[in-house]
Design a protein around this ligand. Structure first.
Ligand code: AMP
Length: 525
């Protein structure tokens, strides 16, 4: 290959088009699983990879797929995933990696009109990401042609087996050419996976992320679970006594976006990432060292080798991709005997990755509730009083006086002023309204969400089974679980709104008393 057609991603040579796509996605260097996997796959090996979501495993197979397949409009790579959500997610990521090479990736899953999928398949795609059931459907209808598949990827293979897809998988494998490269990714490696690997993979190489001994510094480690990380971050910055803070994002783009979003909310921060020139880097670092900048937002790569004391908070705005990175990041606070705080934000689906980090690092990351507007107010009372008296002293608020004068005829002036402060602090949207809309009316008590489980007395399920399983899996106190109604074939259980998303994400397709369940928000009465 000519030298000028390749670009380095870490130590991995990639063609320009793929490298450009990776740059656009904001990746600065390969994650550990990518470093190990990509060269092996590019060299044509079958790879058995042990990796969780959040480690960058999708790009670990996505990058070599895009490098190895051609622009010919025939299906050359087939990715199998256990769920529809994962199929969509993986397909989106592959679409981004193959963007400049114009590689078309199609997700295929049940629940979507099959006619539409057939039409797109006819128009010619190079990569298909599908769930086993729907894929078999296409094979049986003869609406998919797999004769040209050169790469087969089984993603989250343990989940697929747990969900009972083994027969489907074997049937699909009959329709894929034997002369192919096979990659298998799985978070765990039970015997069934090894059996599958022995049967369907050739001369495979096994890849796991190293488990060197990791030690963490003297630091309070907490995590917040929220769907709105930006709002959560602002609440934390408003309610804690923060000094110098480093916030970590996964990508350069993530860093730039966060600097912009914080700036729009009145927080001054600056970025540190690989796109900056040495002079820009030095300037940012000097401001940070001199105390002229309190919030530094960085990628892992850019922060490497940063040597600054007195960092009060390390905030993982994006969860680290591996336990080592977690340890490196939080090692920047709590130095020289001073106490630091390490905060990690997760979305509900990232809970498992957090637990994995906790386990590997042998540490405890404590769950906390995000500060409420009342907590922030308590902390900011002095600041607010100060700002108010300054504003009165400076005058020129006549435009607002008219509004107050109008309302003062009907309202108590203290109520008016307090309401104005609330409006200023919290904005107009009420939290309660937003949260309600998330699950709709499920017919639960206020503050609770009622969940529907498709198993009941027929599966010999008892209330204590529900409480124990949910409490263990979602890591919550059993006592906060509310009313449980068990019927013949289904069960309703109420859980607090604040944990509902997590219960849904960890319990769906999980098992209660060995019975695999579906769980979803109940439809209100
Ligand atoms: P996955 O483990 O494949 O679910 O990936 C988790 C997230 O990490 C996704 O949002 C990816 O886009 C992102 N990601 C994957 N590889 C990298 C990388 N080398 N640098 C930064 N972000 C990455």
């Amino acid at each position: 290959m000519l030298k000028d057609t390749v670009t380095l991603f870490g130590n991995i040579s990639l063609t320009k088009k793929t490298a450009a796509a990776i740059t656009e996605m904001g990746f600065e260097e390969p994650s550990p699983i990518q470093n190990q996997t990509i060269p092996l796959v590019l060299a044509g090996n079958d790879v058995l990879g042990q990796a969780q979501t959040g480690t960058g495993k999708t790009a670990a197979f996505g990058i070599p797929i895009m490098e190895r397949i051609t622009e010919l409009k025939q299906i050359q790579a087939l990715v199998l995933t256990p769920t529809r959500e994962l199929a969509i997610q993986v397909s989106e990521e592959l679409g981004k990696i193959g963007k400049f090479k114009r590689i078309k990736t199609l997700p295929i899953y049940g629940g979507q009109a099959i006619d539409r999928q057939i039409r797109t398949l006819k128009s010619g795609v190079q990569v298909v990401v599908g769930t086993p059931g729907r894929l078999l459907d296409h094979i049986r209808r003869n609406t998919i042609k797999l004769d040209n598949v050169k790469m087969l990827i089984l993603d989250e293979a343990d989940e697929m087996l747990d969900m009972g897809f083994v027969d489907d998988l074997e049937s699909i494998l009959q329709h894929v050419p034997a002369e192919r490269q096979t990659l298998l990714f799985s978070a765990t490696m039970p015997t069934e996976i090894m059996v599958l690997a022995n049967k369907y993979m050739k001369d495979r190489v096994t890849v796991t992320i190293s488990k060197e001994q990791l030690t963490v510094p003297l630091t309070d480690q907490i995590y917040y679970e929220t769907r709105d990380k930006l709002d959560g971050l602002c609440r934390v910055l408003d309610s804690e006594t923060v000094g110098r803070v480093i916030i970590f994002c996964r990508t350069k783009k993530g860093v730039d976006d966060l600097v912009a979003s914080l700036s729009a909310r009145g927080y001054i921060s600056d970025a540190l990432h690989g796109d900056l020139s040495q002079a820009q880097r030095d300037r940012v670092m000097k401001k940070f060292r001199d105390g002229k900048l309190d919030i530094l937002i960085a990628t892992d790569v850019a922060a490497r080798g940063l040597d600054i004391d007195d960092i009060t908070h390390v905030i993982n705005y994006d969860i680290p991709q591996d336990p080592e990175s977690y340890v490196h990041r939080i090692g920047r606070t709590g130095r020289a005997g001073k106490k630091g705080v390490a905060i990690t934000f997760i979305q509900p689906r990232e809970y498992r990755q957090l637990k994995l980090i906790e386990k590997e690092v042998k540490t405890r990351i404590l769950r906390r509730q995000l500060p409420s507007p009342a907590d922030i107010l308590e902390r900011q009372t002095e600041v607010i009083k100060n700002q108010l008296t300054q504003t009165i002293a400076r005058g020129s608020f006549d435009v607002y006086s008219g509004i107050v004068a109008d309302l003062a005829a009907d309202y108590d002036p203290i109520d008016l002023a307090a309401a104005a402060l609330k409006l200023f602090q919290e904005g107009y949207k009420e939290q309660a309204v937003i949260e309600k809309a998330q699950f709709g009316n499920t017919g639960a008590e206020p503050g609770m969400v009622r969940l529907f489980i498709n198993a009941g007395r027929a599966q010999r399920i008892q209330p204590q089974d529900i409480v124990r399983t949910i409490a263990e899996e979602a890591d919550i106190e059993g006592s906060i679980i509310g009313v449980i109604n068990i019927y013949d074939k289904f069960t309703f259980v109420e859980v607090p709104e604040s944990v509902a998303e997590r219960v849904l994400s960890v319990m769906n397709k999980n098992t209660i008393k060995g019975y695999r369940i579906n769980i979803e928000p109940a439809k209100g009465r």
